[in-house]
Design a protein around this ligand. Structure first.
Ligand code: BGC
Length: 339
């Protein structure tokens, strides 16, 4: 356990927890239950940090890109920053035009979480989110566990309970660059496969229109692996509207995504129990990150497992609602290999 973040803007100070297993080392902070570092060997055994992040707590508190962040209670967007649950309307802050993004501006990743349990290969952090927090109903107790399984898997497990029916739709917002975060120019050369047959086109405010569109014959088709850069500049309206890839794909099988860096030999397969995965190609990245590296446009790839964006307004889509006193449980595994 290492005390860091001397320029932290909150009183108590933040802690970094280092966990190891199967050749992988992860560093997690109680500031935001954030994934700060992830050291993975390459084919020759050389370790690199494959996630984007900041060197200081100030970076995590002031950054605008959610690097490594735990996002909740609701990940992604809610149109009009309001929703109705049990006949009652709940209003959130409008932090992106008229809409809400990632339950901000008072996000979980800027809170100090408390340590619940730690082993050599896992760390479990807890947060109390009171009634009305972020506009959400009910007092919720939330846990995030990071666990290395010794077989290349980093498990991120979400557990929660609330005394009222509420939205639980948690995700991790890590940006991956399997070439190593210090090589931002290599991130969109990573090869991606997404078995999803459908994606969700968005409007100009990044809110899904409600359509689920076949990827067939479009630049959104990653059913056969291809480098992310291959079609990112294609003349296709959904790509123009978002400045690149920033869309939800259906999850109907696992792994629901596989990312590979051919040069280092590192590969990452994503497994989840969530119905959707947001593939975001870092279109708006512009941050000074760890080790003095500047992260510009497309410097990292986020693969965020979650419910479909704005599903609370689309009754035909799976709903992120958990009834009072019922357990919320969700798990995503990022499984690494190197050869
Ligand atoms: C969203 C992007 C957004 C990014 C950083 C992603 O989850 O899909 O539109 O720019 O988060 O906030």
């Amino acid at each position: 356990m290492e005390k860091i973040f001397s320029n932290l803007h909150i009183d108590q100070g933040a802690t970094l927890y280092t966990i190891t297993g199967g050749g992988i080392t992860a560093v997690v902070s109680d500031l935001g239950a954030t994934l700060v570092r992830l050291m993975v060997p390459d084919a020759s055994g050389k370790e690199d940090d494959v996630v984007l992040g900041y060197d200081t707590a100030k970076g995590y508190l002031e950054g605008t890109s959610y690097l490594g962040a735990t996002v909740g209670r609701n990940a992604n967007r809610i149109a009009g920053a309001a929703f109705t649950l049990g006949g009652k309307t709940y209003t959130m802050a409008a932090n992106e035009g008229a809409n809400n993004l990632h339950s901000g501006p008072d996000c979980y990743h800027t809170r100090l979480w408390t340590l619940a349990e730690q082993t050599r290969s896992s760390v479990k952090l807890a947060l109390d989110s009171p009634n009305g927090d972020q506009g959400m109903p009910g007092n919720a107790r939330i846990f995030v566990t990071y666990a290395l399984d010794g077989n290349g898997g980093l498990h991120i497990v979400y557990d929660g309970k609330c005394d009222q029916a509420t939205i639980f739709n948690m995700t991790n917002h890590s940006y991956f660059n399997l070439a190593g975060h210090q090589h931002p120019e290599k991130a969109i050369a990573q090869v991606l496969s997404l078995p999803g047959r459908h994606f969700c086109p968005d409007d100009a405010e990044s809110i899904p229109t409600g359509e689920t569109r076949s990827v067939e014959g479009t630049p959104m088709d990653f059913r056969s692996p291809k480098p992310i850069c291959q079609d990112i500049d294609a003349d296709y309206e959904p790509l123009h509207l978002q400045g690149g890839y920033d869309h939800n794909w259906e999850v109907f099988c696992n792994p629901c995504a596989t990312l590979t860096d051919p040069e280092s030999g590192r590969s990452m397969a994503v497994y989840t129990d969530c119905p959707g995965i947001q593939f975001y190609s870092g279109n708006f990245l512009n941050e000074d990150g760890k080790d003095g590296v500047h992260y510009g446009k497309h410097a990292g790839i986020a693969l965020e497992t979650q419910f479909y964006p704005d599903c609370i307004h689309k009754p035909d889509w799976a709903q992120p609602v958990v009834e009072a006193e019922k357990p919320y449980h969700s798990e995503t595994v990022y499984r690494f290999s190197w050869k």
